[in-house]
Design a binder for this molecule. Structure first.
Ligand code: SAM
Length: 317
């Protein structure tokens, strides 16, 4: 379906849980969050029903996110059910990778097409500090297993922050050695997260240029907001996603579904369409379809630049 500004909406990002096994400094407040009660979280059958309705409006691509999606029980069943929907051509997962080694085989068998791993430092101490609890080895075992597996491409998301993880040498080397796509992301202001200053695009390029000649290259995937570079003879690529310096709104093709069943037209907006209550009040498929149309209609032309993202873990970044 086209929105009011002619953008084709075909991508649904589904947050399956608001809880997370990490407390990354840039995402959650130190004291954690008050989790949504279990009854408020959409059941898998409800998610599948909504996805089927969304396909009637042209959704063909799904990303599972959270919170940390791998901490939700039975996630493999959800992937299996989504894979059975013919119209869905691509199912990907965004994870912090802590539990990836344990679940990767089952995820692939269930039909997962791709995985993005959020990994903000390759230094164990820095990693522990910025995640406030994570063990880097756990993620590295998951990453290695993913690189050796059949799913491609493997993308690594790194949020770059001054005085925290602004030395990017290890990542530069990793992109040379392994066939991974490392995307450096500008820190976005999040409600409840203070005192963090992100690296700008220019600062990222200056830092990365210290470790070899960066060659601008075509986007290997042909879509998405990152600008891509490569070091000479590197197996992988470097992507920069600078949503503060650049606007990607004119190419936005997505809707978000929160873990408690609200459709969000824009990550930075307050507009929401509550589909959980409709579902639980036995709304007809037609009414649910109209709710999706409304959410698509409410997509703004551009995001509100003065807004902080409200609870990233709950919306699913
Ligand atoms: N737990 C999963 C993970 O870590 O990938 C999925 C949820 S996490 C909220 C999704 C993505 O949002 C991650 O790649 C994370 O780095 C990104 N993110 C969270 N807070 C952010 C912020 N303030 N600025 C930029 N990206 C952020």
């Amino acid at each position: 379906m086209l929105d009011r500004f002619g953008r084709k909406i075909e991508y649904l990002r589904i947050s399956v849980i608001d809880r997370c096994n990490l407390r990354c400094v840039y995402c959650m407040p130190e004291e954690g969050i008050s989790p949504i009660s279990h009854e408020q979280v959409l059941r898998y059958e409800e998610i599948v029903k909504l996805v089927k309705i969304a396909t009637e409006l042209g959704i063909n691509k799904i990303r599972i996110t959270g919170g940390e999606p791998l901490v939700r029980k039975g996630l493999i069943n959800l992937i299996t059910m989504l894979k059975e929907i013919d119209e869905i051509k691509d199912i990907s997962l965004t994870t912090n990778g802590i539990l990836l080694e344990r679940y990767l085989d089952d995820l692939i068998n269930a039909g997962l097409d791709r995985v993005n791993i959020s990994l903000d430092s390759l230094n164990p101490e820095i990693y522990k500090k910025l995640t406030r609890r994570g063990n880097l080895d756990d993620v590295m075992r998951g990453l290695k297993k993913a690189i050796d597996s059949s799913i491609k491409p493997i993308k690594i998301n790194v949020v770059t922050m001054k005085n925290i993880n602004d030395n990017l040498e290890d990542f530069a080397k990793l992109s040379i050695k392994e066939p991974v796509h490392i995307r450096f992301i500008e820190f976005m202001p999040v409600f409840g997260v203070e005192k963090i200053e992100g690296l700008t695009e220019e600062e990222m390029i200056n830092e990365l240029s210290k470790y070899g000649r960066l060659i601008k290259t075509v986007n290997p995937f042909g879509y998405g907001p990152a600008t891509y570079y490569k070091y000479e003879n590197a197996k992988g690529t470097i992507g920069l996603i600078c949503s503060n310096s650049h606007s990607f709104c004119d190419k936005c093709n997505r809707l978000r579904l929160t873990s408690d069943g609200r459709l969000k037209p824009c990550l930075f907006g307050e507009e929401e369409v509550d589909v959980k209550n409709m579902l639980r009040n036995n709304a007809s498929d037609n009414i649910l379809k109209e709710a999706f149309k409304k959410a698509i209609y409410l997509k703004p032309k551009e995001r509100n630049k003065n807004k902080r993202i409200h609870y990233m873990h709950y919306v699913g970044g």
